[in-house]
Design a protein. Structure first.
Lengths: 211, 325
């Protein structure tokens, strides 16, 4: 039993780590575009903002379990296969990108207008304002968003069992619930709780350090 | 020199600036005063190109300020440091890095010995050497504004624009910040433009002032000229009441300027003319280092000519107050 649980824990961490990394990297770009083109942004552009915003909303409205199935062809194209732990990273990332785009957009747009104006009064270019003011000032808020993302990805990764992704959620259902092995359910749950607590604590610590 | 010629500005169909003209000389401290919504802050933002304007002309040292020419606007912005009501410091940078920030926008190194010397020198000038690595949230409002002042000076500007810079500070701190601005004006020869709704600010440091209302300049001159003997709009702004003046007899308001306030004109007049009158209202005010005052006396109608003649002779400015509300 413990070998199973340890393997499953590693699988969960593996899926969560890579999908977090990819979604943060890929979600950052639409977040910046949304921030720049927003009505109060540096380069307001209603068309770009509305269209991108619509796409983000569409992807966010899919329940994860459905998205998982719908994008199987895409998963196969990217990962070379549609089942397994590595393959599960693709739908996890796809579902997390619009989430992180929205969270980062909100974080960036919370930057004090006055500070942006001050930067402009000293002759800062739009790029300098983006990097030295918007992003610099938003890092703690964005970090908070990432922590929330990791915690929801831990939850979503439990559903990855549907495509043979493995992980703690998967064995809790298969061995614990379906095979009447209550111990599995309990241990898996405890480990998940510990994961979430540790991540939240680490997040709070880094947030304090950064802000 | 900053010249504004008939500057017009509107947001949608709201006319904010309605033909503003003024000339600000080098090295002077110039005030722009008025109520909220008078267009003062917008005017200041037009001067350094944070806002565009629809008509007229703004020249800084003969060069037009235009938001359409990004390159020359940037050069002009380098000449003009700006401080704000809410300080607008970056929360995640310490005092040193906040002061250094404008240099980074200009691609200058901020850790070289010369840069260090300069930045530390400015931090010393504003009296925060012991807080050099503090973050803004560890500072009080007055200290934050000092950091903002050091930041505004780091690009060696010729002009310092102050947008309600003391409005969020209490009176004692306001005085400290104003003396600092005065010191900078004297030591470094900066031209300072102060936008404010606080009379105190204008009285304490401004050499000349414009009174703005509804996007137009209603009065311009030395603060003592504007406020000791105010036009009706300024009076309304000051919310100054001469109290309840007697309804019989004649009420005359006297204005004492720097030269005339030494002589005891009032008691001399009573003695020399052999008349009686009552003093109904008086005030004395400090303008920078000089004292100016104003006094309302009530006299009998038959003495009016004698009194007015006497005041003219003594070169005291006066006016008859009719039907005071």
């Amino acid at each position: 039993m413990w070998t199973n649980i340890i393997n499953a824990s590693v699988q969960t961490l593996y899926m969560v780590f890579w999908s977090t990394l990819f979604s943060v990297l890929l979600g950052f770009i639409p977040a910046v575009v949304l921030t720049l083109t927003a009505p109060d942004g540096l380069k307001p552009n209603k068309a770009v903002y509305e269209i991108l915003s619509f796409i983000v909303n569409v992807f966010r409205s899919f329940p994860f379990i459905i998205l998982l199935v719908i994008i199987i062809p895409f998963t196969r194209f990217i990962a070379g296969k549609s089942i397994g732990t590595t393959a599960a990273i693709v739908p996890l990332t796809v579902s997390a990108i619009p989430y992180i785009a929205r969270v980062f957009e909100t974080s960036l747009r919370e930057t004090d207008r006055g500070v942006i104006e001050a930067a402009r009064s000293f002759g800062a270019s739009d790029w300098q304002i983006l990097f030295r003011v918007y992003i610099k000032e938003s890092i703690p808020r964005m970090l908070n968003g990432i922590i929330l993302l990791i915690i929801s990805l831990i939850g979503y990764s439990a559903m990855a069992g549907t495509v043979g992704g493995g992980g703690l959620g998967d064995i809790a259902i298969r061995y614990g619930y379906q095979a009447y092995n209550t111990e599995y359910l309990i241990y898996c749950s405890i480990i998940l709780i510990v994961f979430v607590q540790l991540i939240q604590m680490a997040g709070n610590y880094i947030f304090r350090k950064l802000s | 020199m900053i010249e504004l010629k008939n500057v017009q500005k509107s947001f949608a169909d709201l006319q904010v600036l309605n033909g503003v003209s003024m000339t600000i000389q080098d090295h002077e401290i110039y005030g722009i005063i008025g109520q909220s919504g008078a267009g003062k802050s917008t005017l200041l933002r037009c001067i350094n190109g944070l806002e565009s304007y629809n008509g007229g002309e703004i020249l800084v040292d003969g060069e037009p300020v235009s938001v359409h020419d990004r390159q020359s606007l940037r050069q002009l912005q380098k000449k003009m440091g700006m401080i704000f009501q809410n300080f607008n410091l970056l929360n995640r940078l310490d005092v040193y890095d906040n002061v250094a920030l404008p240099m980074k926008f200009w691609g200058m190194k901020t850790k070289t010995p010369e840069a260090k010397k300069k930045i530390e020198g400015l931090i010393e000038l504003v009296g925060l050497s012991d807080k050099i690595h503090a973050r803004p949230r560890e500072l009080s409002g007055g200290q934050k504004q000092r950091v903002a002042i050091a930041r505004a000076l780091v690009l060696d500007p010729e002009i310092l624009l102050c947008d309600e810079a003391t409005s969020a500070l209490d009176p004692a701190i306001t005085r400290e910040i104003l003396s600092l601005l005065q010191e900078i004006n004297r030591k470094m020869g900066l031209t300072i433009i102060v936008v404010t709704h606080q009379m105190e600010v204008v009285k304490q440091i401004c050499e000349r002032v414009s009174f703005l209302k509804g996007g137009s300049v209603l009065a311009e001159g030395k603060p003592e000229e504007l406020f000791v003997r105010p036009i009706p709009e300024v009076k309304q702004f000051l919310q100054e009441e001469s109290g309840h003046l007697p309804s019989d007899g004649v009420n005359i308001q006297l204005f004492f300027t720097n030269e005339s306030s030494d002589e005891p004109v009032i008691t001399m007049m009573a003695r020399e003319l052999g008349i009686d009158f009552s003093i109904c209202w008086a005030k004395l005010e400090d303008f920078r280092s000089s004292i100016f005052g104003s006094l309302v006396i009530n006299i009998h109608a038959e003495d009016q000519q004698k009194v007015c003649g006497y005041l003219d002779e003594k070169k005291v400015l006066w006016e008859v107050l009719n039907d005071v509300d």
